[in-house]
Design a protein around this ligand. Structure first.
Ligand code: COA
Length: 467
């Protein structure tokens, strides 16, 4: 067996301690000189590090998420026969590419070939690695040019790196320049790797889609939203700061809320319900059922009232599906639950078939699961309409964001005593603020006012639910 060769990180310019965002080979692979081994990414650029020798990989010394600098051993290689014989004829060994810059050759690995058309080799002093510099936003047709753009630069956390879609640096860079979120792109390359054509096709279909496609922080196509870059401020210049990564829930719910806010024409109808009698009834029930451990919450009564309103106004229990409106014959009602990591929406299935006490029990159980981070995906699926109750916290009215593909959401604020004129005198009445946000493409203002007024009537006199 010939002597093992160590392949190290060559001179990669000013880069130090850069993150490994892709490992392109594994133990047992036969690689050729110049085949890409890993991809690293700094805050300014991505680059693939090629092998300085050919042979069979005996051991990998780096993994995804590692930080590497010049001289770090990436792998050990049993050199191929040609490698050994060519080595014999040469004075210096090839194993350490950092010490011996060599002529840039066309990349040989499949992944490198995919991007060879898009990205030319770097300048002389970096010939031992291919360096791709982040580009300005007009890079769509000039993706091959190496041009530094601080605005396109980004840094990724360890978690994000592990979640990166499988794509070469040039593809990621191309996608970034167009504002495409690669997690939405289906890869057609080897092992579902995303190639340039996948990004191009994604953009083409986005541009021809009626509503466009929302990707990352922007929308492609449709309205052709073109927004300014997010302000980049060095906050530490103005005082002490503490930077923490966004929770997974915040990232997911944030993206959903953003899409819903941008794509749905929201209008909010505000109304109030006199819940004096209902609250007295609820307090009475709670006393009666205390020993049985049953609790009747205002939220559970609101669920029942909402179901009645959905039955009376079916377009509120519908969803847009292309050019159709899908009317649902079931009543699965979601409710916003505030958790330490952000907002989630568990769903009570078949709320029409459940009693007020069943709903109270189930909302409490689901809210606990949500706060403990233990909700399963099925417990958050299938919702027809959402209730967001801030009643236990405070506020008067607010504008809840519709939970697409639903078409409306009810925001409930804190009840308060309001002096109401009964024809003879002012009397204190417990009043519940109701804020109904609706999708104006589907629901007219008059229909929303009727829905909210109906809810208000029901909550003011629950006997009406029997009618
Ligand atoms: N007015 C006055 N008081 C109210 C009220 C209202 N509209 N709604 C609830 N309360 C009272 C309750 O009676 C309870 O009082 P008690 O402890 O004396 O019995 C107290 O406020 C706490 O209620 P809460 O824990 O909020 O229970 P809930 O059943 O009303 O709500 C959740 C459950 C899960 C909806 C709620 O805990 C929650 O997470 N709300 C936040 C939703 C949110 O973040 N929405 C924003 C989305 S944009």
């Amino acid at each position: 067996m010939s002597q093992l060769v160590e392949v190290k990180v060559p001179d990669i310019g000013d880069f130090d301690d850069v993150s490994v965002i892709e490992v392109l080979v594994k133990e047992g692979d036969t690689i050729s000189e110049n085949d890409s081994i890993i991809t690293v990414e700094s805050d300014k650029a991505s680059m693939e590090i090629p092998s300085s020798a050919s042979g069979v990989i005996k051991s990998m010394r780096v993994k995804l998420g590692d930080k590497v600098s010049e001289g770090v051993v990436l792998l050990t290689l049993e050199p191929s026969d040609e490698e050994v014989s060519s080595k014999d004829t040469k004075e210096k060994p090839k194993a350490d590419a950092a010490s011996e810059p060599k002529e840039q050759t066309e990349p040989k690995s499949k992944s490198s070939k995919e991007e060879a058309t898009a990205l030319p080799p770097e300048s002389e002093h970096k010939q031992s690695s291919k360096t791709y510099i982040a580009q300005s936003s007009d890079a769509g047709d000039k993706v091959g040019k190496t041009k530094e753009s601080p605005t396109a630069a980004f840094a990724l956390s360890g978690k994000e790196i592990r979640n990166l879609p499988h794509a070469s640096p040039s593809v990621r860079q191309f996608a970034r320049s167009l504002g495409v979120d690669l997690s939405q792109v289906k890869g057609t390359g080897r092992k579902s790797r995303i190639v340039l054509d996948d990004v191009r096709n994604f953009v083409k279909s986005a541009l021809s889609a009626p509503g466009g496609i929302t990707t990352g922080s922007s929308t492609l196509g449709g309205s052709g939203l073109s927004l300014l870059d997010w302000p980049k401020v060095d906050f530490a210049k103005f005082g002490e700061v503490d930077t923490k990564p966004l929770s997974r829930i915040k990232k997911i719910s944030g993206a959903n809320l953003h899409r819903n806010w941008v794509m749905i024409p929201h209008v909010t109808n505000n109304d109030e319900a006199d819940i004096t009698d209902l609250e007295a009834f609820r307090v009475q029930l709670n006393k009666e059922y205390e020993k049985a451990g049953t609790k009747f919450t205002m939220l559970a009564f609101i669920f029942k009232a909402v179901v009645q309103a959905l039955k009376k106004f079916p377009e509120f229990n519908a969803s847009i599906d292309g050019e159709n409106l899908v009317y649902k014959k079931y009543y699965h009602i979601g409710f916003a639950a505030d958790t330490p990591n952000g907002l989630v929406v568990p769903v009570i299935k078949d709320a029409d078939k459940k009693s007020v006490s069943d709903i109270a029990k189930e909302t409490a159980e689901l809210a606990k699961l949500a706060r403990d981070g233990k909700l399963s995906p099925t417990q958050m699926q299938g919702g027809c309409f959402t209730i967001s109750s801030l009643g236990g916290i405070g506020g008067t009215h607010f504008t809840p964001i519709i939970n697409a593909p639903e078409v409306a959401i009810l925001g409930v604020s804190r009840s308060y005593q309001k002096p109401v004129w009964d024809g003879k005198e002012f009397k204190p009445r417990l009043t519940l603020p109701l804020s109904l946000s609706y999708d104006h493409r589907i629901i007219d203002g008059a229909a929303a006012a009727r829905f909210n007024a109906f809810l208000s009537q029901l909550l003011s006199d629950f006997r009406r639910a029997l009618i």
